[in-house]
Design a protein around this ligand. Sequence first.
Ligand code: CAO
Length: 479
Amino acid sequence: MAKKTAKKAKAKAAASKVKVKAKLVKKPALKVVAKQKSNGNGLPKVSTKGWGKDGKALEGVKVLDFTHVQSGPTCTQLLAWFGADVIKVERPGQGDITRGQLVDVPGADSLYFTMLNHNKRSITLDSKSKEGMRVLERLVKTCDVLVENFAPGALDRMGLTWERIHGWNPRMIVASIKGFGPGTYEECKVYENIAQCAGGSASTTGFLDGIPLVTGAQIGDSGTGLHLALGIVCALMQRNRTGRGQRVLAAMQDGVLNLCRVKLRDQQRLKAGPLREYTQFGQDIPFGEATPRAGNDSGGGQPGVILKCKGWETDPNAYIYFITQAPVWEKICDVIGEPEWKTHPDYAKPPARLPRLKQIFERIEQWTMTKTKFEVMDICNPLDIPVGPILSMKEISEDPSLRKTGTVVEVDHPTRGKYLSVGNPIKLSDSITEVKRSPLLGEHTDEILSKVLKFTSREIAEIKASGATGEAPKAQAAE
Ligand code: CAO
């Protein structure tokens, strides 16, 4: 792809030079400048094809996907959804370890694997064998991006150092996820919860009188995968200008800390006195040296908490998040039946309310407990009072709007049948995502060797005979 694009660009540049020269002879320079501007500074002509009908955002980009578990696969799945050709290289026989983790349908790839590897192709390859390295070399020379999230040093130990990769293909972007960036812990292996703990999330999550908590959102794995995807797209953009690839690193600790930005904000605010919007302020509990755990307090300047709704005694999710946003305070007073609070000096203005938040929310909860979470939504939304239901995964999976937008999709799979997945959460109006099932182990080995890497049938026979691609791919038997 890289070569073709370069050739095309050269031809185009030469053609446009000729045109510009001809114009310079006939017309004044001013007109040439105006013409260039209307062409969008060298961009191609504006497409006249219908929206979503002119290819995908990352079409033409080839990705050598050396990722496993969750963080790396999240990144390459996003790239695949945006149209990149993602070739997942897996160890013969076993593949990505998640294929066999948390299995719910015996003999089928787990949901852990299928939900993180849509729209990819799979090739099995023993990267530590001589023939395996021969194939890898060709993959490196053919692809635009290599993405990996091995333990520190594993890629080098395989023989794929940055210098070697850059020597083979100077346009290659090498993108890595590691647990930590350079420093004290750079050699450590890291999983999701370790990253949440080291990135400042666990120490600021939970209740003041409880132990640190990890969150259900996979901010360490999926969050870092998202960060890496952005880095890769930026490196691709820069390569359009410089012609060369670069290394991209997203450390999980850094990714989590980036998502905990407001907690580092609060750490510094502590110097100026207590954090008045934290419930503990109203309870006269002194602040320590570090940002404390704030329970369900709102992270922003508008106080908010989770309140019980009708049915909470039996339904673990009969709760609502309620924010006492200052501009709608008077409406809140009317809704909960405390109209005198609108003018009372203890409640009328936000600073007066801060030391009384616990009592205020207890009063609001007396009201929310008389309604279901959806009734609270129906009453508060027309009044612009910010509230949000605590939705269970069951409710989310059945939500018609999420199904309609493709954020929740049903996918069919040859060995497990139909299952639900989260589709692409990022919507582009001209690059529409179609979610395709994850590949079976080694399903595309032959296709990639012959069609993508252009090995001859004799070479393919040699590679296979060496055992570099392992047993005949399960995929062929499965379908
Ligand atoms: N052929 C031959 N060998 C292969 C191979 C292939 N196709 N693919 C991988 N391997 C080898 C690697 O070369 C490595 O070998 P060495 O240790 O001998 O160099 C070995 O498989 C294992 O790789 P690993 O150390 O990355 O895997 P692990 O299961 O021991 O550790 C993890 C997993 C996630 C802790 C580690 O990869 C890591 O810290 N990654 C970076 C951070 C990260 O992404 N964490 C998120 C994981 S999701 O929760």
